[in-house]
Write a protein of this length. Structure first.
Ligand code: FAD
Ligand code: NAI
Length: 474
C-alpha cells in the first residue's frame, strides 16, 4: 500500500465519505480512514448516519408506523386483517439488514471510485501528515497534501442521568431495544426524542418526554410546532415542557427520574430512559500537540465559510464544525471542499438547508421562521393551506396539518416554508429548490402542480400569501 495521497479524509460518515468520493472523481488519490466499530466488533463505513442514525431510525419509523396504521387505520379503509401482531426481532433484523446493505454500498463506491478505505484511527500529526492506526495493527504515517477532518459528533451525557448502556441509553441503544419497554422516559423533546419516542410509543410503550424548554420545538416555526404538539399529544405522547431532570436512581428494578418544573419537584418511574439532549463534536485524540488547528469553546473545529481550518491544507466538515448537525449539510460541505481542492469554485448555501423531523405527521422547513422574521423586523406576508382540503391527503387518510409560505412584502421573495403533514420531508424539496433560485411566491403560484398531489398544498399556501387560495376561504 502506498502511503502518499493527494487527499486524506479522517471519518467516513456522510461528510467524509462523500468528500472522499468527490475528490476521487476529480482524479485525486484519496484515502479515507474510519474508526467505527459496531457492538459486535465489526467495522463499517458510513458513520453515525448509516450505522446508528438516519438510516436505522427511518427503518424503525416506517415499520412502527405501518404497525400503527394496520392496527388503527385499516378498518377505516374497509380492510380487516384479523389480529395484528408484532414480531420485534424481525423488525430489528430488517433494520440491521438495511444498514448492512448501505454500509456495504459505501465500500463498493470506494472501490468503484478508487478511494482507499482504511479501518482504524486517524490522527493529524502535522499539516500533511496523518498517523493511521489499523484496528489490529501498527501505526504508520500517511502523507497527504490535503487533510479533511470529518469526525462527526457523539451524544451529550447528563451527569444526573449517566448512561449505563442497559436501562439508560443514548439514541444508538434506543434503536436496538430487543423488547418494547412498558414505560419509557425520554429526556429531551428534540428531534431524536420525538422520532424514537414515536417509534416505541407506536410499538406499545407508554412514553413520557421531559423537555427543558417552555416552548415545544423552539427552533421550529411556532405555529407549526403548536399543531405538531397537539397531534403528538392526541397520539398519547406525554410531553412535559419546562421540565429539567436533576437526578436519577436506577438501583431498583426501575429507573426513577427526578425533575423540576414551575409547579415543583416530581418523580417519574420508568423501565428505560433515552437521553437525547443534543450531540457534541467528536475530536478526541484527533489532533497532535501543536497542529495549529483550533477548537472553539464548545469543542467545534474552527473553520471559515469554505471549511478551511486555521492551517493551510487542513479542512473540516460535518458535525465536527459549526452549523446544523445534519447529514445533508455535511455531505454538501464534503462536495464543496473536494471541489475547492480540485481548483473549482464551490460554496454551501447555509441559508437554504432543509430540516425534517420524520414523525407522523412529518415536520419540515427551510429558511426563516415567523418568529425570526419578526425579531429581525422584516416585513413579510404569510399564506397557509390545510391538508384537510387536499384531495390526496384525504385519500391517504392523513389530512392533518398544513403548509405555510412566508414571503417578503418588499419583493415577494420566499423567505421560509414550513410544513407539518404527510410527506412533509419530501414536499420541502420543492421549496428548497425555489429558495435556491430566489423564487418569489408568485413563481410558486404560477408553477403547475399535478392534481391530486400533496404538493398542491404548497401551491395553495403560496397563493394564500396574496389571499388567492382557490380551495380555502382567504
Ligand atoms: P458521523 O456520521 O458521525 O461520522 C464520523 C465518523 O468518523 C464516524 O464513523 C467515526 O467513527 C469516525 N471517526 C471519529 N474520529 C475518528 C478518528 N480519529 N479516526 C478515524 N475515524 C474517526 N441527520 C439527518 O440529516 N437526517 C436524519 O434523518 C438524521 N437522523 C438521525 C438519527 C439519529 C438517531 C442520530 C443520532 C442522528 C441523526 N442525524 C440525521 C444526524 C446525522 O447522523 C449526522 O448529522 C451525520 O451523521 C454527521 O455526519 P458526519 O460525517 O459529520 O459524522
Ligand atoms: P436536539 O438539539 O434536537 O434536542 C435536544 C432537546 O433536549 C432540546 O429540545 C433541549 O431543549 C432539550 N434538553 C437539553 N438539555 C435538557 C435537559 N437537561 N433536560 C431536558 N431537556 C433538555 O438534540 P437531539 O434530539 O439529541 O439530536 C441531536 C442532533 O441530531 C439534532 O440536533 C439533529 O441535528 C440530529 N438529528 C437529526 C434528525 C433529523 O434530521 N431528522 C434526527 C435525529 C437527530
Amino acid at each position: 500500500m502506498s502511503n502518499t495521497y493527494d487527499v486524506i479524509v479522517i471519518g467516513a460518515g456522510p461528510a467524509g465519505y462523500v468528500a472522499a468520493i468527490r475528490a476521487a472523481q476529480h482524479g485525486k488519490r484519496v484515502a479515507c480512514i474510519d474508526a467505527w466499530k459496531n457492538n459486535d466488533g465489526s467495522t463499517a463505513f458510513g458513520g453515525t448516519c448509516l450505522n446508528a442514525g438516519c438510516i436505522p431510525s427511518k427503518a424503525l419509523l416506517e415499520s412502527s408506523e405501518l404497525y400503527e396504521r394496520a392496527r388503527h387505520e385499516f378498518t377505516t379503509h374497509g380492510i380487516g386483517v384479523g389480529k395484528v401482531t408484532l414480531d420485534l426481532a424481525t423488525m430489528q433484523q430488517r433494520r440491521a439488514g438495511i444498514v448492512k446493505q448501505f454500509t456495504g454500498g459505501i465500500t463498493a463506491l470506494f472501490k468503484a471510485n478508487g478511494v482507499t478505505g482504511l479501518y482504524g484511527h486517524g490522527k493529524l500529526v502535522t499539516p500533511g501528515k496523518v498517523e493511521y492506526t489499523p484496528h489490529d495493527g501498527q501505526a504508520e504515517v500517511l502523507t497527504g497534501e490535503h487533510v479533511i477532518l470529518a469526525t462527526g459528533s457523539t451524544p451529550v451525557e447528563l451527569k444526573s442521568v449517566p448512561f449505563d448502556g442497559e436501562r439508560i441509553v443514548d439514541s444508538w441503544g434506543a434503536l436496538e431495544f430487543d423488547q418494547v419497554p412498558a414505560r419509557l422516559g425520554v429526556i429531551g423533546g428534540g428531534v431524536i426524542g420525538l422520532e424514537l419516542g414515536s417509534v416505541w410509543k407506536r410499538l406499545g410503550a407508554e412514553v413520557t418526554v421531559i423537555e427543558a424548554m417552555d416552548d415545544f420545538l423552539f427552533m421550529a416555526d411556532q405555529q407549526i410546532a403548536r399543531d405538531a404538539q397537539r397531534q403528538f399529544r392526541k397520539q398519547g405522547l406525554d410531553i412535559r415542557l419546562g421540565a429539567m431532570v436533576n437526578g436519577s436512581d436506577s438501583t431498583g428494578n426501575a429507573v426513577k427520574l427526578q425533575y423540576k418544573d414551575k409547579k415543583g419537584s416530581h418523580e417519574l418511574e420508568v423501565d428505560k430512559v433515552i437521553v437525547s439532549v443534543g450531540r457534541r463534536p467528536f475530536t478526541e485524540n484527533l489532533l497532535a500537540e501543536g497542529t495549529g488547528v483550533q477548537l472553539d469553546e464548545r469543542g467545534f473545529i474552527v473553520v471559515d465559510e469554505e471549511c478551511r481550518t486555521k492551517v493551510s491544507g487542513v479542512w473540516a466538515i460535518g458535525d465536527c464544525v459549526r452549523g446544523p448537525m445534519l447529514a445533508h449539510k455535511g455531505s454538501e460541505e464534503g462536495i464543496a471542499v473536494a471541489d475547492l481542492i480540485a481548483g473549482s469554485v464551490a460554496e454551501v448555501n447555509y441559508k437554504v438547508i432543509p430540516s425534517v423531523i420524520y414523525t407522523a405527521p412529518e415536520i419540515a422547513w427551510v429558511g426563516k421562521t415567523e418568529q425570526e422574521l419578526k425579531k429581525a423586523g422584516v416585513r413579510y406576508k404569510s399564506g397557509t393551506f390545510n391538508f384537510a382540503a387536499n384531495g390526496r391527503a384525504k385519500a391517504l387518510e392523513q389530512a392533518t396539518g398544513f403548509a405555510k409560505v412566508l414571503a417578503a412584502v418588499d419583493d415577494d421573495e420566499i423567505l421560509g416554508v414550513h410544513i407539518v403533514g404527510p410527506m412533509a420531508g419530501e414536499l420541502i424539496a420543492e421549496a428548497v429548490l425555489a429558495m435556491e433560485f430566489s423564487a418569489s411566491a408568485e413563481d410558486l403560484q404560477r408553477t403547475i402542480h399535478a392534481h391530486p398531489t400533496l404538493s398542491e398544498a404548497l401551491h395553495e399556501a403560496a397563493l394564500a400569501v396574496d389571499k388567492h387560495a382557490i380551495h380555502a376561504i382567504n
